[in-house]
Structure formats: C-alpha cells, structure tokens
Design a protein around this ligand. Structure first.
Ligand code: GTP
Ligand code: MG
Length: 224
C-alpha cells in the first residue's frame, strides 16, 4: 500500500475542538448585507471565512446547515441565484461570506467578467479573510473551472480548504477515492489546506467537523 493510500481520508477533531465548534455555531447569526463591490462591504474587523464554489454546489445550504437554520442563506434550484457577496455575522466572532457561484454555463461573458473582478478584489483586498471553503460537489469532483478558482486563490495568497458537498449522493468507497484523488491535486496548489472535509447539508454529515475547523479561525469570545 502506498503512503497516500495509507492516510485516513476523514479528518477527525478532538472533543474539545468539536465542543468549541458547537458553541460557536450555537450563537446568534445574522445576515448583515449583500455587497456588489469592495466599496460596499462591511468593515473588516472580525476574522472572516468565505464559501465559494460552482453554482448549485450547495454553498447557501451548507451555511444554513452550519447555523442549524433552514433559510438564513437563500437556496434555490436556479443556478447563479446568489449574485452578490452576502455577509453573515456570527456573534462578532466570525464573519461568513456566501460568494456568488461560478461556472454557470449559460452566464453571459459580462457577468463572468464582473464576477471574476469582484472575487479577485475580495480575495486580494479583504485583510480579515482567514480561509475560503472551496465547495466541491462530491458527484462531480474538481472541474476545470474549480482549478481556475484554485489558481485565482493561489495568486491572491488566499488560504483555502476543499469541502465536499452532497456526500449523501455517493457511496463510501467512491467518496474515499474522490478524497484521495483530490488530495493529490491539492499538492500542486500553494494556498490549499491539505485536509478535505466531506459534508451533507441534508443528512448533517461532517457539519460538526466543519464547525470545529471554523472555530479554530474565529476570534475569541469577548464576553469570556
Ligand atoms: P448558487 O447560490 O446558485 O450558486 O447555489 P448554491 O451553491 O448556494 O446552492 P444551494 O445551497 O442553493 O443548493 C443548490 C441545490 O442543491 C438545492 O436544490 C439544494 O437542495 C441541493 N443541495 C444542497 N446541499 C445538498 C446536500 O447536502 N445533499 C443533497 N442531496 N442536495 C443538496
Ligand atoms: Mg447560494
């Protein structure tokens, strides 16, 4: 067995880390605003985590699952519905942003160009951005457009982590193979975090692990 095959595919967290994640996400989360340019973004004074991925990958659903809420972030069956960067604040400890989805085949070139400009500005200019969760549909794996996004984040020195979505839709063996294959690709990207998280917003799989991972990036509790 080669070394990469011997690595466990699923990331584990200690009970303390898991509890920190549970506590963080049990606090109030509010939708702050949507922004279409850097000038309109809220003040960056809290650590920030962003959710990026192709249209329809499940970004808004994952944010709702993290919060244990049904409709904080708007979900839809229409690809490309979220057109602006939506900011959510988690009790002044973590800002979360839902980025507009990319890779929608029928999007006009002007929309794609506007998207690329906005995302590039955001990745480069948002000093409080601690990590981007790059959501990948587990049924499809990394697509060329995801690799373009990874290259954009490498260029912006924006640290990112792959989060697989819709894992309820694939078998465990296929998931392990996907994780191993994706991990190999990540080694080619300088800003990629090596750990891959597997989630299902519908079943709740991997949500407590993602909460624990994000809690390590949050600011301290001012009330403690
Ligand atoms: P845009 O904002 O348009 O880019 O989409 P999005 O990435 O925010 O996706 P959204 O959360 O709106 O979900 C898109 C579709 O995928 C919806 O029909 C969801 O119900 C479905 N979906 C999201 N997460 C899951 C999941 O974990 N499992 C399954 N089976 N379906 C999911
Ligand atoms: Mg969305």
């Amino acid at each position: 067995m080669s070394e990469s095959q011997a690595q466990p595919t699923h990331v584990t967290f200690s009970p303390i880390e898991t509890e920190a994640g549970r506590l963080l996400f049990s606090q109030d989360c509010t939708f702050l605003m949507g922004a279409v340019s850097m000038d309109h973004m809220p003040a960056g004074d809290v650590s920030e985590v962003s959710f990026a991925g192709r249209s329809n990958v499940g970004k808004s659903s994952l944010i709702n699952a993290l919060m244990g809420r049904k409709s904080l972030a708007r979900t839809s069956n229409t690809p490309g519905r979220t057109q602006q960067i939506n900011f959510f604040t988690l009790h002044n400890r973590l800002m979360m942003t839902d980025l507009p989805g990319y890779g929608y085949a029928r999007a006009p070139k002007k929309t794609v160009d506007q998207w690329t400009d906005l995302i590039r500005d955001y990745l480069r200019g948002r000093v409080t951005l601690r990590r981007v969760c790059l959501l990948i549909d587990s049924r499809h794996g990394l697509k060329p457009v995801d690799k373009e996004m990874m290259t954009l984040m490498d260029g912006a020195a924006a640290s990112y982590q792959v989060v697989l979505t819709k894992c309820d839709k694939i078998k465990p063996g296929a998931l392990d193979r996907l994780i191993n294959g994706t991990r190999k690709e990540l080694t080619k990207h300088v800003a990629a975090h090596p750990d891959i998280l597997a989630t299902s917003s519908i079943k709740g799989t991997g949500i407590s692990e993602l909460r624990a991972a994000l809690a390590t990036l949050a600011d301290g509790d001012q009330l403690m």
